[in-house]
Design a protein around this ligand. Structure first.
Ligand code: MTE
Ligand code: MO
Length: 408
């Protein structure tokens, strides 16, 4: 907290603080002199991260910030509304003029490095809108609770990413026939401060690396990538858990086995192959790496809790996505899932981008309702109405989103 701001806040009265808060500070007289309500400190840090003040800070060491669902209403997620998930500390001094990317590993013919400007000019640039959802999105609803950030459903984004195709780079480097996986290396440091430890170094199978949409991105929504989201270079692998999309990218390892960097080991980003009893451990042999994310949808308008008059239709809208697959249909229910009506569903702008849905709902009488939405993907898989299979790290909760509405 900056000194000037502290002094400024001292001058303002507790009454005005209370109005900013929208509630009385009940034990205000006990607040130590130099203390600020935590609420204000969070707003300051959100501003320094370039985030809308309404985002929710789950953790500040490392930074983990969630987007309230009604703020995901934009078709293309703007930077200030994009969730943040960090495993280590955000890199501090980034010297772009000396930034290089090294491609190394057992399965490259020869290690090779590129400067940022070489990458940008040597290879064709592509732009795709890509869905990035944290594997732990929805974790907060698992019971018994699992360790980690207790995400609601807002750890998802779908921005426009511009960069070069990873496959073009790998072709230029020359990879051996035995390549099966790539791993990423970023410049964020481990929370322990140990420079020999990476906070996270995950990756993707070579087939995913070779897809047209897998990018080494240097722009987000037509601008340089914001620092928290991986400036100046980021791997973006849409449809996979967002942990596969390495930020602050410095090196790529081309591997002849599944990459074994930090957080590749069980149970990180893995789920049981055979279901297990909630609250128990799974043996590593019964765990598989999460690849395509499951089908899911969110109502982004109206905000849960909306009130409106009887006799008027309520137009709802939102997004649906299904990892590497297309969403085939989205349906809504206003009677707790007894009957379902279909929503209009748009096609994705490109593969691995979320799809928008709308519906116009008529309510039979005054009262409290819930609107539930359920998406089904092109393989016929639908979202469950209840929290799906418990797993030790609380991944892949794709239960139907519900909002409350009141008709007066
Ligand atoms: N270098 C690096 N890349 C990273 C991470 C990280 O901590 N360090 N977190 C991963 C995880 S777990 C997620 S969910 C996404 C979050 O991306 P965002 O913060 O841009 O929304 O980044 C991924 N890439
Ligand atoms: Mo994540």
């Amino acid at each position: 907290m900056k000194k000037e701001r502290r002094a400024f806040i001292k001058k303002i009265t507790l009454a005005s603080l209370a109005s900013a808060l929208g509630a009385d500070i009940v034990f205000a007289k006990n607040l130590p002199k130099d203390y600020l309500p935590v609420f204000l400190e969070e707003q300051d840090s959100l501003k320094s991260l370039g985030k809308d003040a309404a985002l929710k800070v789950l953790n500040d060491r490392p930074w983990n910030v969630e987007t309230p669902i009604h703020l995901l209403d934009d078709k293309v997620t703007p930077a200030d509304k994009m969730f943040v998930r960090n495993n280590g500390s955000i890199p501090e001094k980034i010297d772009v003029s000396n930034w290089s990317l090294t491609v190394k590993g057992e399965s490259v013919r020869e290690e090779k490095s590129y400067t940022l400007s070489e990458l940008k000019s040597k290879f064709k640039n592509y732009t795709f809108q890509l869905t990035l959802e944290c594997g732990g999105n929805g974790r907060g609803e698992f019971y018994p609770p699992t360790e980690g950030n207790q995400w609601g459903q807002g750890a998802v984004s779908c921005a426009m990413w511009t960069g070069i195709r990873l496959k073009d780079l790998l072709e230029d480097v020359g990879i051996k026939k035995d390549a099966v996986y790539i791993g990423y290396h970023g410049t964020d440091s481990h929370l322990s401060g140990n420079p020999n430890k990476e906070s996270i170094s995950r990756g993707i199978p070579i087939e995913k690396a070779m897809q047209d949409e897998t990018l080494l991105a240097f722009q987000m929504n037509g601008r340089e990538i914001p620092l928290v989201h991986g400036y100046p270079l980021r791997l973006v692998a849409g449809g996979y858990p967002a942990s596969a999309s390495g930020k602050w990218l410095k090196a790529i390892s081309v591997r002849n086995k599944v990459h074994d960097g930090a957080k590749m080991e069980s149970p990180s980003y893995r789920v049981p192959i055979e279901p297990i009893e909630p609250g128990t451990q799974a043996s590593p042999e019964n765990m598989q790496i999460i690849e395509s994310m499951p089908v899911k949808s969110l109502i982004t308008f109206p905000k849960s809790g909306a009130t409106f008059p009887l006799g008027r239709n309520l137009d709802i809208r939102g997004h649906a996505w299904a990892g590497e697959y297309k969403v085939d249909k989205v349906a809504y229910s206003i009677d707790f899932g007894a009957t379902w009506q279909s929503c209009n569903l748009e096609k994705p702008i490109n593969r691995f981008a979320w799809q928008h849905f709308q519906a116009s709902i008529k309510f039979p009488q005054k009262g409290y309702y819930e609107i539930w939405v359920m998406a089904t993907d092109e393989n016929g898989s639908s979202q469950p109405m209840v929290v799906p299979g418990w797993n030790p790290k609380g991944y892949l909760n794709n239960a139907c989103h519900r909002i409350a509405v009141k008709v007066n």
